[in-house]
Design a protein around this ligand. Structure first.
Ligand code: CAA
Length: 280
């Protein structure tokens, strides 16, 4: 696996990523993004989200699988608590861009919503049909950490994983794109129960609720993720993209609409497959 700079329109260097506590590596068709502030339990800031967005914008076309993992005992302890109150320019000023939630609250509505939208950009690209995203979660995934795991297509949990949507307990709402996948997976009632009690879900319960595709012993997490990535890569790329697009659209369509979407995707698949055979 090689650490890499990312070129493109919004290029970001490995050094800048390191500064904000991220590492980006490539191994063939797999990109691995590591939250790399273990001494702060991979707490996240506006800079983290900008870094994630820049990685998404510059992702090489050949990448088919994106793995998100965290260094150290926890996947991510969520929002950097420095953003809740430390004065701008304090210890974590560089990472928080000097922006605390208190200073953000003084912005006008449109500007503040734009800042939140910028943060959300770090998460939304993980759903692109062209890639399959996998979160490798050990230890705590709290608040923004849980939402980052939810932003991925699949979650592989170590048996010590602990998920918690803590935002409402802090007077906030989960706003990093986590509420929709949470409701899609567990339903509205369970999502209300989890968010409004801010209770912790362990790995076994996460598996029962459908929040984890696999639960494995802590020591086997990396291998389980690598095996899952390899299985995904064994599938034809065009079919994988079309199928993910189809599945993602299913909850918003009626049965008839979904059947029509299947037909449209299959027409393209058949033409592509037989054009390839014809030219062979
Ligand atoms: N922000 C900044 N620093 C954090 C942090 C966070 N969210 N979580 C942990 N740290 C720091 C600790 O301050 C400590 O630093 P020092 O060594 O300098 O004192 C270091 O990481 C290790 O922390 P612990 O000793 O507490 O480690 P632990 O392994 O015993 O516990 C933990 C880990 C359960 C995650 C615990 O640290 C914790 O509860 N952290 C706070 C979690 C939290 O409330 N996050 C906010 C979620 S809400 C959110 O994310 C809002 C949003 O998106 C809008």
């Amino acid at each position: 696996m090689t650490e890499a700079d990312l070129g493109g329109s919004a290029a970001i260097s490995a050094d800048r990523l390191a500064e904000i506590g991220l590492r980006y590596e490539m191994d063939g068709e797999i990109a691995t993004i590591t939250l790399n502030r273990p001494e702060k339990r991979n707490a996240q800031t506006f800079a983290t989200w900008a870094g994630l967005a820049a990685i998404g914008e510059n992702l090489p076309e050949g990448i088919r699988v994106v793995v998100i993992r965290g260094e150290g005992p926890s996947f991510s302890a969520g929002l950097d608590l420095a953003m809740l109150g430390a004065p701008p320019g304090g210890d974590d000023g560089a990472r928080t861009d000097g922006l605390t939630l208190a200073s953000a609250a003084t912005l006008d509505d449109a500007t503040l919503e734009r800042r939140i939208a910028e943060a959300q950009r770090g998460f939304l690209w993980l759903r692109r049909p062209e890639i399959v995203s996998i979160a490798a979660v050990q230890g705590h995934a709290i608040g923004a950490g849980f939402q980052l795991a939810l932003a991925c297509d699949m979650r592989v949990l170590a048996d010590d994983a602990k998920l918690c949507m803590k935002e409402p307990a802090l007077g906030l709402v989960p706003d990093l794109t986590g509420t929709k996948p949470l409701v899609d997976i567990v339903g509205v009632s369970r999502a209300i129960e989890l968010c409004l009690t801010a209770r912790t879900v362990d790995a076994a319960e996460a598996a029962r609720l459908g929040l984890a595709e696999r639960v494995v012993p802590r020591a086997e997490l990396d291998k389980a993720v690598a095996d899952l990535a390899a299985a995904v890569l064994a599938t034809d790329r065009g079919a994988a993209i079309a199928t993910k697009r189809l599945l993602q659209g299913a909850p918003g369509r009626t049965l008839e609409e979904q059947a029509a979407a299947e037909r449209r995707e299959q027409v393209t698949r058949l033409r592509t497959l037989f054009a390839a055979l014809g030219s062979g």
